[in-house]
Design a protein around this ligand. Structure first.
Ligand SMILES: NC(=O)c1ccc[n+]([C@@H]2O[C@H](COP(=O)([O-])OP(=O)(O)OC[C@H]3O[C@@H](n4cnc5c(N)ncnc54)[C@H](OP(=O)(O)O)[C@@H]3O)[C@@H](O)[C@H]2O)c1
Length: 239
């Protein structure tokens, strides 16, 4: 069932973390893979971890021309993934954020709408789009209102789109805390902080990017799934 040979997969935000793990997993299942992000530095780093045949390209979710260039080169596309971060988020109580700080977090969402608007026309009729939200969409701790609202918007877009773009499919994966470069700002404290965070996760550990990739591959290869969100969070959403 899990065979992507003769299929083209494009991963925007595909040079690190969840996106890179997805690009590698799709390649290993036989796909021709394009993986894109903003910086050459990320691309060089990714190349050192990935099979040489993955085609890395520069593209920014906020730069339509760069997205169009990747989609036109890769198309017709079988599976498109938007795993880009694409925004700075302010982690602070809503009442302590300026309107500008709060709005800035939505640049992730606007980037996803750009990927969708310009990528879906390049999808084959039974192709799939996968977007990435996050557990704060449905379980929000204090200080995470912007993440929660953006994640909810991504999940709502997935459901709304599913009705409009069928038979093309769209799904959302919602990660819990996953060990990626997103947490590199923690420096030497990363491991200890993850250990502390794990105490509140039923499976008692943070997740691996490969575990998210597995869920995204499920969306690509399971052709009767659309408009759904799958949580890959070690049970974090449990009451
Ligand atoms: N890790 C977690 O715990 C977690 C939890 C919940 C949700 N998520 C979501 O999962 C997604 C992937 O995150 P990750 O943890 O894999 O992060 P990551 O390791 O930092 O990877 C982010 C990727 O996005 C690219 N990117 C950022 N802005 C971009 C833009 N404007 N256009 C194109 N590419 C862009 C980055 O490369 P460049 O810098 O070169 O552009 C990089 O390839 C994000 O949407 C994040 O919000 C992650």
């Amino acid at each position: 069932m899990k065979d992507l040979s003769n299929q083209k997969v494009v991963v925007i935000g595909g040079t690190s973390g969840i996106g890179l793990a997805t690009a590698i997993a799709a390649f290993e299942l036989g796909a021709e893979v394009y993986a894109a992000s903003r910086s050459e530095t990320s691309i060089e780093k990714a190349k050192s971890k990935a099979p040489g045949e993955i085609k890395f390209r520069v593209a920014d979710t906020h730069d339509i021309a760069s997205l169009e260039a990747v989609f036109s080169e890769a198309g017709p596309i079988n599976h498109l993934v938007s795993a880009a971060t694409g925004a700075n988020r302010t982690m602070a109580p809503f009442m302590e954020q300026t309107a500008e700080q709060f709005a800035e977090a939505f640049n992730k969402f606007w980037g996803y709408t750009n990927v969708t608007r310009h990528g879906v026309p390049h999808l084959v009729e039974d192709g799939s789009l996968t977007l990435v939200s996050g557990t704060p969409a449905r379980k929000c701790n204090p200080g995470m209102s912007s993440l929660s609202c953006v994640g909810s918007a991504v999940e709502a877009l997935g459901r709304a789109l599913a009705l409009e773009i069928a038979p093309k499919r769209v799904n959302v994966v919602a990660p819990g805390i996953i060990d990626t470069a997103m947490f590199d700002w923690m420096g030497d404290n990363k491991e200890a902080t993850f250990e502390q965070m794990s105490k509140n996760i039923p499976l008692r550990r943070v997740g691996k990017p490969e575990e998210l990739a597995n869920a995204i591959i499920f969306f690509m290869t399971t052709r009767y799934v659309t408009g759904t969100t799958v949580d890959v969070d070690g049970g974090t959403l449990l009451p």
